[in-house]
Design a protein around this ligand. Structure first.
Ligand code: KG4
Ligand code: ZN
Length: 339
């Protein structure tokens, strides 16, 4: 029997819906919320309100683009957490109503697990290589930074995580210090092109085991710039490329050092990368170079499946459906959820 899943994602500031049939993507719609730009970060109350406005048009478009009838949808999968509670509530309530009205199963999805399973989204006409189990996944996004051993679709273990800020948060906060718009990661990526990554050296944190830390780096960057700007108010403007390249290099080195340590400890050479920061061009280059040097098999999902999207929720729903892992209509979203 063919299996058609509608996925809903509303954990932060993107309202998204997607349809997946037997693991193949039929449609994926993501509506970004511009309303946060002027605040330099996501405002939870505004995010929840924007989700309420966006959710029905986004789902409607996803169904139309997929060219499926509502009656062909076998289940609805939604992000239960982690995320902003007000935002999660919108997707959860919508999904419950949809499941009830269509009399189809409801599937709760852990957003982090979904980022990892984005590796398994099939695109028609494209030959996609899938990682073999067990593989090691570096999940790097605005809210999360962790190293995960993926033993099977629904069997994952986190072996390292950030003890404070996430890597994406470090990009965003350092960008904000330099006066770049939110989210700052892509702006640093762009500004770093042509810059010297060794122009400024920032101390890397010493963190035990496979854990990460980024908050000290952000503070060091802030104080470094405060002193420089005191002496020369145009310092940032004059050195944007070098500053961006140097801070980007430091963040990437922190990530790669732990990833390398994890591969040595586990002996796993099948490597995946997930989350918005995986879009970073320098990180991709460096990961490719390490893969060649260390004989890793590297898997990087398409960019549209790396940042927040609902196709990853639908693919996770697909694997949970196959295991009959359904949720009751009394389920509530949770702001904190781990792998
Ligand atoms: O996965 P995602 O869309 O949302 C979360 O679950 O957080 O990740 C968003 C994060 C932001 O911090 C953004 O700055 C970062 O991904 N990002 C990048 C790049 N593109 C997005 N960071 C560095 N370089 C990029 N090119
Ligand atoms: Zn995410």
């Amino acid at each position: 029997m063919s299996l058609t899943i509608l996925g809903i994602e509303s954990s932060c500031d993107d309202t998204a819906a997607a349809i997946i049939r037997d693991g193949n993507i039929l449609s994926s719609i993501v509506s970004n919320q511009d309303v946060h730009k002027e605040f330099g970060g996501v405002v939870p109350e505004l995010a929840a309100r924007a989700h309420q406005q966006n959710i029905i048009p986004v789902v409607d478009l996803a169904i139309k683009r997929a060219k499926v009838a509502i009656s062909e949808i076998n289940a609805i999968a939604f992000t239960r957490g982690p995320g902003l509670l007000g935002s999660l509530l919108v997707g959860t309530s919508f999904s419950k109503g949809f499941a009830l009205s269509q009399d189809i199963p409801l599937i709760e999805v852990n957003h982090l697990q979904a980022h990892v399973l984005a590796h398994f989204i099939k695109v028609k006409g494209k030959k996609t290589r899938f990682p073999k189990f067990p593989f090691l996944c570096l999940l790097v996004s605005g809210g999360h930074t962790q190293l995960i051993i993926v033993r099977n679709y629904l069997n994952m273990e986190t072996i390292g995580r950030t003890i404070d800020d996430a890597a994406g948060e470090a990009f965003d906060k350092c960008a904000k210090i330099m006066g770049l718009p939110y989210p700052g990661g892509p702006h640093i990526d762009k500004a770093a092109k042509g810059g010297n990554p060794k122009a400024y050296i920032f101390t890397k944190p010493k963190v035990k085991n496979l854990d990460f830390s980024f908050s000290g780096l952000k503070t060091a960057f802030l104080y470094f710039l405060r002193d420089k700007v005191k002496k020369n108010p145009d310092f940032i403007e004059m050195n944007l490329a070098n500053l961006s390249a140097s801070i980007q290099q430091t963040i990437i080195e922190i990530l790669l050092e732990k990833l390398i340590e994890a591969t040595e400890l586990t002996g796993i050479k099948e490597i995946g990368i997930a989350g918005g920061v995986s879009a970073n061009s320098c990180l991709r280059e460096k990961m490719l170079a390490e893969s060649q040097n260390r004989n890793w098999k590297l898997f990087i999902p398409e960019f549209r499946f790396a940042t927040d999207n609902a196709a990853m929720i639908a693919i996770t729903g697909y694997y949970k459906f196959r295991q009959s892992q359904f949720a009751g209509l009394d389920i509530s979203p949770v702001a904190r959820l781990i792998i």
